[in-house]
Design a protein around this ligand. Structure first.
Ligand SMILES: NC(=O)c1ccc[n+]([C@@H]2O[C@H](COP(=O)([O-])OP(=O)(O)OC[C@H]3O[C@@H](n4cnc5c(N)ncnc54)[C@H](O)[C@@H]3O)[C@@H](O)[C@H]2O)c1
Length: 434
């Protein structure tokens, strides 16, 4: 099939290479010309395991091409996937302007039947609004169908999730579109759930809100463990043995981050308001998460009282391992708060996207973890990278001014901490030393 994917970000790029892998002819449109040049030369613009190899394979087989020419790409394709950003506004409304800009850009190029697919996460009812907009722009309703096909990939495992996910959700009222989408996805051999567009749109928000709820829930239980002497890892294990609960997404830590959970939980609350649905649970999930990610700052202030000119080391900047994505990462919030308290920030994460240097241009970006902890009053583990898990704790302690770790990802063991001479150790819901 001839496919166009608009937006070569985390979702669009992965979708483009995955469709090309199954012998479709894919044109991926990206407005950023630098990205287009890199991608056409086989250089991935994001880090995802296996992406570089598959990208180069598809380019060599001439199944995949990147371009800035959206109209040509649309004219030459049967199915148009839209995978542009749908960020949250300050007031938690979803900003769908990138999506509707695309609709306006492509309207004049729809001369024969096309399926317009939203891969982006969009509020319930967006499919209807896209239809209206296309008709307002003069496109005949016989020339298109709009389909909702939300994406469930996880960054860090994106390619694997796209190729071997649990489900594909297709929301469409058109039998013609449904049958073409089925043909496209059959080679993936993944269960397909066909439904109407509003249901498909809501499945995406409900999934993310539920997963975020699991994280905030386990973090609240973890905070209670800290007060009572219970061990969160064993509590979570015990909970997960119950098949009705499942062990997934029960790792206590600094809360959720990334480009999806923070924005999609807020968006669902806002969408709910329009229908007089208050979503009390999700509001609480957001509140718990807001507090959780700043937990290290609370601990530091209780410990030191004053952080002025104290060196604090941030180990890990991305919101999770296996990705370069720093969007909504807890580390960003912690750094912001520590700067406002007058602390001197040293950080280390070679994987993190360079965008962080635009956000915090003046902090110290170290080239190795031991330089990062040198003279430090506390090391805060924000991402559970292997490099931190396997660190030489003795060497780390020797470099630090004060032997203090706030382990926001529970990667260390209290016995190892004590054996290597640390004086203070704070975890999330496990045994502390203070
Ligand atoms: N990142 C994830 O893990 C993930 C998972 C599932 C769903 N989603 C959803 O998928 C959508 C995309 O997310 P993302 O993380 O890939 O975003 P992203 O910001 O990484 O990528 C979007 C890309 O679209 C490009 N773009 C914007 N307008 C364009 C236009 N008019 N023409 C061509 N290119 C254009 C941007 O330059 C950017 O490269 C969002 O709605 C998001 O909620 C994301």
């Amino acid at each position: 099939m001839e496919i166009c994917v608009i937006g070569a970000g985390y979702v669009g790029l992965i979708a483009a290479v995955a469709f090309a892998k199954f012998s479709n002819k894919v044109i991926c449109v990206e407005k950023n010309g630098d990205k287009v040049n890199k991608l056409n030369n086989g250089v991935p613009t994001i880090y995802e395991e296996g992406l570089e190899e598959l990208l180069n394979e598809c380019l060599e087989d001439e199944k995949l091409l990147f371009t800035t020419d959206i109209n040509k790409a649309v004219r030459e394709s049967d199915i148009i996937f839209i995978a542009v950003g749908t960020p949250t506004c300050e007031d938690w409304n979803v900003d769908t302007s990138q999506l509707f800009n695309v609709i306006n850009q492509i309207s004049s190029s729809i001369h024969n039947y096309k399926i317009i697919v939203t891969k982006s996460t969009v509020p319930v009812g967006t499919q209807k609004n896209i239809k209206k907009q296309l008709i307002n722009n003069g496109v005949s309703p016989s020339k298109f169908d709009v389909v909702s096909n939300p994406e469930f990939l996880r960054e860090g495992k994106a390619l694997n999730d796209f190729l071997q996910g649990d489900k594909i959700v297709i929301g469409s009222d058109s039998l013609r579109a449904k049958s073409i989408m089925e043909k496209l996805y059959t080679p993936f051999n993944i269960k397909i759930l066909f439904t109407n567009p509003s249901t498909a749109e809501l499945i995406k928000y409900a999934s993310n809100a539920f997963l975020a709820t699991k994280i905030s829930f386990i973090n609240e239980i973890a905070n209670f463990c800290t007060k009572t002497g219970a061990d969160i890892d064993i509590v979570a294990y015990g909970l997960g043995l119950d098949k009705r609960i499942s062990k997934e997404f029960f790792k206590a830590g600094l809360g959720y981050g990334g480009s999806c959970f923070p924005k999609d939980t807020k968006a669902l609350v806002k969408i709910g308001e329009k229908y007089d649905s208050n979503f009390d649970i999700i509001r609480s999930v957001i509140n718990v998460n807001d507090k959780q990610r700043l937990m290290p700052v609370k601990i530091l202030l209780e410990h030191y009282n004053d952080l002025e000119n104290k060196v604090i080391s941030i180990l890990g900047l991305t919101f999770k391992p296996g990705t370069d994505d720093i969007r909504e990462a807890p580390a960003l919030y912690i750094i912001k708060e520590l700067i406002s308290q007058g602390a001197i920030i040293k950080c280390y994460d070679l994987m993190a996207s360079n965008e962080i240097k635009d956000i915090y241009p003046t902090i110290d970006y170290c080239n190795n973890v031991y330089d990062c902890v040198e003279d430090s009053y506390c090391a805060i583990v924000c991402t559970e990278l292997d490099e931190f898990i396997n660190i030489d704790l003795k060497k780390m302690r020797d470099k630090m001014q004060v032997g203090m770790i706030i382990d926001g990802r529970n990667i260390y063991n209290i016995n190892d901490i004590e054996e290597n001479g640390f004086d203070f150790y704070y975890s999330i819901g496990k045994q502390n030393k203070n």
